[in-house]
Ligand binder design. Sequence first.
Ligand code: AVJ
Length: 331
Amino acid sequence: MSGGAGEPRVQVLLDEGRSAGALVEQVRRGLATHPRSLPAAWLYDDEGSRLFDEITRLPEYYPTRAERAILVEHAQEIAAACDATTLVELGSGTSEKTRVLLDALHDQRRAAGALRRFVPVDVSHETLRRAATDLAARYPGMEVEAVVGDFTLHLGDLPRDGRRMVAFLGSTIGNFHPEERRAFLGALADSLDPGEWLLLGTDLVKDADRLVAAYDDTQGVTERFIRNALVVLGRELGADLDPGAFSYVPFWDPREERMDLRLRAEEPQPVRVPGVGLEFELTTGEEIRVEISTKFRPEGVREELDEAGLTVTQSWTDPAGDFALTLARRR
Ligand code: AVJ
């Protein structure tokens, strides 16, 4: 398939299913160390992506709306501030908010030559394929080259042509632990040529009550999203966990400034995960950390980007100051 004229190109860097080596190794290591954990990418099978999409529409979950508000208000300014001809989006999902940015880049470039290429990157094949098909039809002059891949594994394999802006939105960067985040930002900066761009979305530190509400919604959608990790573990690696034996434990960790989303065994659980050759016993009260969602401070974002070799050129927040978008340039 060509990448232009209304048809997306889809490049698959991940095996079908999740049984690909590196991800399985992450699961094995996470479950074998204390506190036990699962990699966040594990949450985004097709059902997980659907549930996350539902989360973004919950009244309590403000980040998506806050980030969209910033994009709506400032997309033209962002487009004018950078000279990108290729937009790469990491963890693109449905690329719903990205349309605002694509529209602006499209308008902005009309005189100088259109935005040539959009490269959405996501682990969820179905969601990505659907979004790519939609976008290719909506922007017929733009090539859509979707990459089914894991942005922690495949940064080096992304297309290099054009002057790129990498968009990493939604505060997905908050899923990383500090050391992983440093390594990721370093690798991302290394994958860019001097003068290329990063547009980073970060959720900001705020009142703990609002944060907890955003991750413990009254409809229980977030709980279903987190519990889906057990379903994926059963399907992909043959684990025999009893979902009913776990309770959902979301809490704000004020020291690390992050939400910590866990499943706690409410009764002793022998666990066998044949796909990774692991057997262990979960004791009552033992927890599996399924996801962390770090919240940021603007100075911290600037420092971390700077340390990675990325100079912040501008940043924006929504009127309530809930969320930040930061534009940085590779030195
Ligand atoms: C997509 C990782 C940014 O951390 O807020 C939402 C995922 N988890 N509710 C977040 C999530 C539970 C979300 N990120």
